[in-house]
Design a protein around this ligand. Structure first.
Ligand code: G3P
Ligand code: CA
Length: 253
């Protein structure tokens, strides 16, 4: 879509709204995802964890302290307890009462409307979460090749290897923030199970983009919080830009 609007000079890049439009609205909430959709993001990025009683929920940190009015570890709280927390007020009074959404609520509301980049956050804390996520997607027939607007990613490589076996047709991404994970050997290893290589933008070079493409993977980079960072990644010709500010990545701006 970027192409058409810029006369084909700029490569088409997926605009991924990081944790929703996290620069403008509370992260991982419906308010933020709705805004991302309004802002014409191609994907929303969500962080998935699990409550004590097994509900898949959206939250970034492994504790609720920073983004809600509660305290404690996500995995030590029941869904009932998590649901009663205010995940909006910290970002401004107008977001007061925004709840922590469940994975199923997100699929109900957004699947088909916008792509969904699912991050399994700290999956090592939630044994079996890969099978659980696979089950949810299979029940909804979202494990088929045509459903390319679902991607699953994690910083946990073992978890993504497992995910690729469970859902061979769903694109898998590896997230990296260490320069050491950008070596040719690492990239080759990732390409055995991943379709996306998603580094922080400080590690992106033309050479890296070229190598990732040579291995038949795509590259998405994060977290863009300035126009300069977005412009840098456009110049590097990455395939996706993951930003707190979807407008910085919008070709119409
Ligand atoms: O999608 C990339 C990004 O979400 C990875 O870092 O900490 O924001 O989840 P983080
Ligand atoms: Ca994330």
């Amino acid at each position: 879509s970027a192409d058409e609007l810029t006369g084909g000079e700029r490569k088409q890049v997926d605009n991924v709204a990081h944790r929703g439009a996290a620069g403008y609205a509370p992260e991982n909430t419906i308010a933020g995802f709705d805004l991302a959709v309004d802002m014409k993001a191609d994907y929303i990025e969500i962080d998935l964890q699990r409550s004590k009683d097994g509900e898949l929920v959206l939250i970034h940190d492994t504790t609720v302290d920073r983004t809600t009015d509660g305290t404690g570890k996500v995995g030590d709280l029941t869904y009932e307890q998590l649901k009663s927390l205010d995940a909006g007020s910290w970002k401004g009074e107008k977001f007061a009462g925004e709840p922590i959404p469940t994975f199923e609520e997100i699929l109900d509301r957004y699947y088909g409307k916008v792509g969904i980049l699912i991050e399994l956050k700290a999956p090592q804390l939630y044994p079996g979460i890969e099978e659980q996520v696979a089950e949810v997607l299979k029940e909804r027939n979202l494990d088929k090749p045509q459903n390319e607007k679902i991607i699953i990613q994690s910083f946990n490589f073992e978890s993504m290897k497992k995910m690729d076996k469970l859902l061979p047709k769903v694109p898998i991404g590896v997230l990296t923030s260490n320069h050491a994970d950008t070596t040719t050997d690492s990239l080759e290893e990732f390409s055995n199970y991943a379709d996306w290589f998603n580094p922080n933008y400080g590690n992106v070079t033309e050479e890296l983009v070229h190598q990732v493409h040579t291995l038949d993977m795509k590259i998405g980079s994060w977290t863009v919080r300035s126009q300069e960072a977005a412009d840098f990644l456009f110049e590097m010709e990455v395939d996706a830009i993951i930003s707190d500010y979807p407008d910085y990545v919008d070709p119409r701006n």
